[in-house]
Design a protein around this ligand. Structure first.
Ligand code: 2F8
Ligand code: CA
Length: 189
């Protein structure tokens, strides 16, 4: 009887210890999840750039517009949506030397002449940055938009560097099936 009682007390004590450990581990688990979720909010994946509240990826390979979009979506992003001239300048500055044209998340595939971003929002007045004469749907076959990188030899280059009002009118419509590099954007949580 005494032996049973002593075993019971021992087990009761062990149960208490286990409950305390369990509580401590639960607290530690919560603390670590908070760190993980902060890191997910603040960090971008490897080879992506953080800017403002987004992560950006500029591809080295070339794909059609649809394939590019699929690639970005597989990485929890989409082709880039450009909301400001400042974002446009950031992208231009981060494109690699030698890159001329690069896909952005803008197309008029659904309705000719109605340009929409990949999230379905229509292209609005203040942020339309078409090159002069574009979009022209050349040969009736241009439904996807590219960003034409401004280089030192571009006519816009000197005025940008002198800090003139933005002359970043650099979008063009081209055939969606052309292989091009592309820019993905992933909004941070
Ligand atoms: O490659 C298609 C592209 O060809 C020309 O630009 C190099 C056209 N520009 C003009 O006609 C001024 C683009 O509109 C056309 O998309
Ligand atoms: Ca065009």
């Amino acid at each position: 009887m005494e032996l049973l009682e002593s075993s019971f007390n021992k087990l009761k004590h062990e149960k208490g210890q286990i409950l305390i450990s369990h509580n401590n581990l639960t607290k530690e688990n919560d603390r670590l999840w908070k760190i993980v979720s902060k890191l997910e909010r603040d960090c971008c994946p490897e080879n992506w750039w953080k800017h403002s509240s987004s992560c950006y990826f500029i591809s080295a390979v070339e794909k059609t517009w649809n394939e590019s979009r699929q690639y970005c979506r597989e990485k929890d992003g989409d082709l880039v949506i450009i909301n400001s001239k400042e974002e446009q300048e950031f992208l231009n500055d981060n494109m690699k030397e030698g890159m001329k044209e690069i896909w952005i998340g803008l197309s008029d595939t659904d309705t000719e002449g109605v340009w929409r971003w990949v999230d379905g929002t229509p292209l609005t007045g203040s942020c339309r940055m078409w090159r002069m004469g574009e979009p022209n749907d050349s040969d009736g076959n241009e439904d996807c938009a590219v960003f034409c990188r401004i280089t030192q030899s571009s006519p816009q280059h000197s005025s940008i560097r002198r800090g003139h009002p933005a002359t970043l009118q650099v979008w063009n419509d081209v055939p969606c099936f052309r292989p091009m590099p592309f820019i993905c954007e992933r909004k941070q949580l």
